[in-house]
Design a protein around this ligand. Sequence first.
Ligand SMILES: C[S@@+](CC[C@H](N)C(=O)[O-])C[C@H]1O[C@@H](n2cnc3c(N)ncnc32)[C@H](O)[C@@H]1O
Length: 316
Amino acid sequence: MLKEMGTEFSRINQAKAIFDDIYVEKDPRSYFSALGDLDYMITDVAEPVVRQILAAKAAVTGAKPVVLDVGCSYGINAAVHRFPLTFGGLRHRYARREMKALSSEELVHLDRNFYSAWPDVGLARFIGLDISAPAVRYATDVGLLDQGIVADLENDALSANDARIVRDADVIMSTGCIGYVTEKTFGKILDATETTPWIISFVLRMFPIDSLAAAFAQRGLVTERLTGVTFIQRRFRDAEEFENTLATLAKLGVDSTGLESEGLFHADLILSRPEADARAVPLENIVTVASGRGRPIAPRYVHVESNDGLQVTLEP
Ligand SMILES: C[S@@+](CC[C@H](N)C(=O)[O-])C[C@H]1O[C@@H](n2cnc3c(N)ncnc32)[C@H](O)[C@@H]1O
């Protein structure tokens, strides 16, 4: 029997800088500023992969999935999936001096209009769970999440009301959150879902996934790691975070050469699914990583739908 990872994850998490204050503001300006300064990018590099997995899930069920974003914060995974937006682009929006001058209430009002002004290109509806009440409130107020749950399932039970919200989830996802949450949180969520969901996890390589995989296996899910590719989360904040992380990885026997040793946190993609689904379509057949896709490039040719059919246009 694997030992519970709660204590172990919080010990490993101590290698990372603490950002608690920016998670609990009434709006995401400090979040984008502090994490943007560290080139936080996991939401952006995860998005094309999430899209491919959601398409594969929809192909199995024939319906638009409901995604539960665990550690959803200000709803950024929903924003970058549902709209043609990126963490990097949003960061610049909030860094403008005109935006900095606004009250949170004014910002929420503008952001609600901002998001509703974009075409929704998402393959799913989003609900979210986070320990931060202000972040969840922002994400629901601006329309990024259909419903939000404020809960700390590491320490508390899932309330009956929240269990009703979770019940409909077809997919559970997380970026930048495992470490804060463990198999305790996921176990309580899985026990409340109606059908067995798929779980998309972007997990920093310093967090062993054995206990998560074991908790998932107990509930009939097999867990696969996409091999041969890692996803950059952000750069290290300072020398201490860098050295602590390298030491943690070394202790686990994980080789950081050419990855974390280059100054960046790397995450693995983990997908957990019912065995029959995993057998039907291997993870490698679902996900194609197009390296360089997110780099700034000059205008390029794309297809757009028009009344006259598919047209070629140059997108700036
Ligand atoms: C680095 S942020 C990641 C947010 C978002 N997923 C993203 O990638 O932009 C970590 C999030 O985990 C949340 N968190 C911390 N402890 C948690 C807990 N016990 N349960 C749920 N969320 C938690 C924080 O409030 C914060 O929003």
